[in-house]
Write a protein that binds this ligand. Sequence first.
Ligand SMILES: Nc1ncnc2c1ncn2[C@@H]1O[C@H](COP(=O)(O)OP(=O)(O)OP(=O)(O)O)[C@@H](O)[C@H]1O
Length: 232
Amino acid sequence: MTLLRIEALDVFHGASQVLRGLDLAVAGGEILCLMGRNGAGKTSLMRAIMGTLPRRAGRVLLDDTDISALPAHLVPRHGIAHVPQGRRLFAELTVAENLEIGEMVRHAGQRDFALSLFPVLGDRLGQQAGTLSGGEQTMLAIARAICAGPRVMLLDEPTEGLMPSAIATIRSALIRLRAEGVAVLLVEQRAEAVLAMADRVAFIAQGRIVAETPAEALRADRALIRRYVGLG
Ligand SMILES: Nc1ncnc2c1ncn2[C@@H]1O[C@H](COP(=O)(O)OP(=O)(O)OP(=O)(O)O)[C@@H](O)[C@H]1O
């Protein structure tokens, strides 16, 4: 069942239009990977869903409820969590304090679940977030998002630049979230990662979705990825 639906979204940066009538839907229990060239509008889409980038036109629906009019700070309370590029942790605060900030969003009682996905964080609750390794910081950003009890999770290239062991842990966590019925929208550029996780793949170019396909079709014919990313 569709949890997140984006309809005819127009977004501008100043005078330049970065999303053009963009439509996209993500179901609960689905990992949808968004692929596209640099500057295609992937990050802008995530920010527009969260309301941190203004929308000129179009709607964002969560479970058929229009949340477009909500101020950005209320969007997470409705169950959409965002793990942005750069993670936006509170570097001076401890692991435990960062998790508490996630919990304050919805009091969802998800801390133990989040820590079960990333046991290393449980061993480091008193450590300052800024002193964690890159992979651990990404795990903390995802764990903090999970603490808010999301039904929809947006992640912007979470495994970029990480070691294979951290990537594997994060991948397992996203697969667990899918099993819990969360709708996962993942910006991911590397074909291997997409093929390992995605149920469906949407390709964005110049602010529009130019193709959508079951990941199965890409697994059967990997050359399709290059063709689709080159579209537009
Ligand atoms: N703050 C900004 N001010 C003006 N233009 C911006 C701003 N942020 C992004 N843009 C422009 O909007 C377009 C879409 O950028 P966006 O970051 O959404 O793309 P992206 O697909 O996420 O790219 P990348 O893979 O490089 O992160 C690009 O042309 C970019 O130059």
